[in-house]
Design a protein around this ligand. Structure first.
Ligand SMILES: [Cu+2]
Length: 437
């Protein structure tokens, strides 16, 4: 029954999206997300993971600018859960933002919740993810917003393909969250992944892991929607023998920018056009995590690779070796700086220009810090249960609003007072001045 209802909602979503794409009325795109535990085996070890509808990465939400999105979330986990629609502006629907303990209480184990919101004035790629604990490392998927009438500001691509860069964790993600709350940041994933695949760079007793394969036809252009769902690492991505034209980021068009390498930060989505203009053969796509050099704390090298396979090329690539792109050193973070500095919004005649006169310049420092659990100013800071790790802005962590409005039990700043804890591992953030970890 449940499988049927999931299939029915997906079918319904596809039909409505197709009608909208044909230039009809805005559609209501409806999905059912059943979040559950599942075992998966990689590199000889079986690990319990958290997924939506048995899929890793999770289902893609595919809508057109102006559509309404309805997602029924069924929580079959033993933990509280919310789903956040990363980057969706939530105009007049802030209660659907899915930020646990901020705009809603987590959906209880065994509970259900319906998210409903409109997508307006954004086009390109965003993503969705769980917003409690570290579950977002697995409970995540692409969120595609197409332009009305299929009118892109660039030639319509032959096909578009979500490329979800992620990481494979053997450590239970709830346990990971607990350890981070205790100030322990020494845990690492086992491997990078592309669309959930660890790739043939990893093996179990000599048997290579599966790789993501992108099938292309020479002469066609593909829109790659590259999303980084990793918890911490920024990734470089290249395809051997091909260049990219960057056309969008985080749900907005960009002035087209040509490069042979994309840099994508955790949580970021970059849209690129890739012309399949190489001689018909096979070539590798690589994703490599970068990191600042020592004395910063070091992580192992994380990379994954996929195969770009041209139609008409032989199964064994005519016995030739498959070219792999030359990647920068993982310790060279300058390409990230240059890449992001080259991204500029696409000027739109209907939209306001950026104001050129600045009255006041504001500086924001975003960081991580720790606060003492017992509310005091001094406690043992590192690897200690005496502290809670918090995100900070100008060295101030989340501040609970004090003004409560009567509607929906939220405060004027949209923050929810959760009276019951739905998971033994979730901690409320307290406000005090944190100290850098
Ligand atoms: Cu997010």
């Amino acid at each position: 029954m449940e499988k049927l209802s999931v299939a029915a909602t997906i079918f319904c979503a596809v039909v409505l999206a197709a009608l909208a794409a044909a230039g009809g009325e805005a559609a209501v795109v409806e999905h059912t997300f059943v979040v559950h535990e599942m075992n998966q085996t990689h590199m000889c070890n079986t690990t319990k993971i958290y997924v939506v509808n048995g899929q890793l990465p999770g289902p893609t939400i595919d809508v057109t600018d102006g559509d309404t999105v309805v997602v029924h979330v069924v929580n079959r986990l033993p933990h509280g859960l919310t789903i956040h629609w990363h980057g969706v502006r939530q105009i007049r629907s802030r209660w659907s933002d899915g930020a646990g303990f901020v705009t809603e209480c987590p959906i209880s184990p065994g509970g259900e919740h319906m998210y409903r919101f409109n997508v307006t004035g954004q086009v390109g790629t965003l993503w969705w993810h769980a917003h409690v604990n570290c579950l977002r490392a697995k409970v995540a998927g692409a969120f595609i917003i197409r332009p009305k009438g299929g009118r892109y500001p660039f030639p319509t691509p032959a096909k578009d393909v979500p490329i979800i860069i992620g990481e494979w964790w053997e450590l239970d993600l709830v346990e990971l969250d607990k350890r981070m709350h205790d100030g322990n940041f020494a845990d690492n994933p086992l491997s990078a992944t592309i669309n959930g695949k660890l790739s043939d760079l990893k093996n179990c007793s000599g048997k290579p892991e599966e790789s993501f394969v992108l099938d292309v036809v020479r002469g066609e252009t593909y829109l790659l929607r590259i999303v980084n769902t990793a918890l911490f690492s920024e990734y470089y991505s290249k395809v051997a023998g091909h260049t990219f034209t960057v056309v969008g980021a985080d749900g907005y068009y960009l002035t087209p920018y040509k490069t042979d390498m994309v840099t994508v930060a955790p949580g970021e989505a970059i849209d690129v056009l890739m012309a399949a203009d190489a001689p018909p053969a096979h070539c590798h796509m690589v994703a490599l995590a970068n990191q600042p050099p020592e004395p910063d704390p070091q992580i192992p090298r994380f990379d994954s690779r996929g195969l770009v396979r041209y139609a008409g090329s032989s199964h064994n690539n005519n016995g030739l070796s498959v070219p792999t792109p030359l990647m920068p050193s993982q310790h060279n973070t300058m390409p990230s700086y240059y890449f992001h500095n080259n991204l500029t919004g696409l000027a739109h005649p209907d939209r306001h220009c950026v104001p050129m006169h600045v009255d006041e310049r504001l500086y924001f420092t975003l960081s991580l810090g720790s606060i003492c659990r017992n509310g005091t100013k001094t406690c043992q800071r590192r690897r200690s249960r005496e502290t809670i790790v918090v995100a900070t802005m100008n060295n101030v962590s989340f501040r609970h609003p004090t003004n409560t409005s009567s509607s929906r039990g939220t405060t004027t700043a949209g923050q929810v007072a959760c009276t019951q804890r739905t998971s033994p591992t979730i901690h409320h953030t307290r406000t005090t001045t944190p100290t850098a970890p």
